[in-house]
Design a protein around this ligand. Sequence first.
Ligand SMILES: C[S@@+](CC[C@H](N)C(=O)[O-])C[C@H]1O[C@@H](n2cnc3c(N)ncnc32)[C@H](O)[C@@H]1O
Length: 189
Amino acid sequence: MAYELRSARYLAADCLRQVIRPGDTVVDATLGNGHDTLMLAELVGDAGLVIGFDIQEEALRRTEAALAQAGLAARCRLHAVGHQEMAAYVQEPVRAVAFNLGWLPGGDKAVTTHWDTTRAALDAALSLLLPYGVCTVCAYPGHAAGDEERQKLSTYLAALRPQEYNVLHSRFLNAGPGAPECFIVQRMG
Ligand SMILES: C[S@@+](CC[C@H](N)C(=O)[O-])C[C@H]1O[C@@H](n2cnc3c(N)ncnc32)[C@H](O)[C@@H]1O
């Protein structure tokens, strides 16, 4: 298939595919409909583990159903818990952590990620990363709260020590100001 420069989520997935190896442990910080969980579960293989978080039971139900249909549930551990609690649930270093901010597509738009908890989760995620592991964050600045979260995220990531992390920010310059953006953080060796 031809390489397609398509969306923030596509850029994040492209990076995750290059970094994750069979047998890895990874985190899906926002389960949602389970699309990312499914991809991560395929990448870690049957010897790997995906640890997932979402605050909505509906997101867990949808993700569990998608995993069961694909026969991948055994390699996933899902928690109906906010990702800000990640450190209590992830005991080993991880190759990757994926965040897809915002609300559950097709769900209640009032239940969305917030900078205070996203920040706490990022603190935990970055300290859990293995050397050369990555944390991907897709942000949705197309509405006021999402724009504020994206700005704070950008400020936070820009302040990370370059001796410890490399940070990449991708956005589609001709797609308008509200277009989703992708941030990738890699822990240095
Ligand atoms: C854009 S969706 C994620 C999409 C998902 N990755 C997929 O592939 O379908 C964002 C999700 O973040 C969840 N969320 C909001 N605050 C959260 C928190 N503090 N911890 C974990 N999940 C949270 C929402 O419930 C929602 O399901």
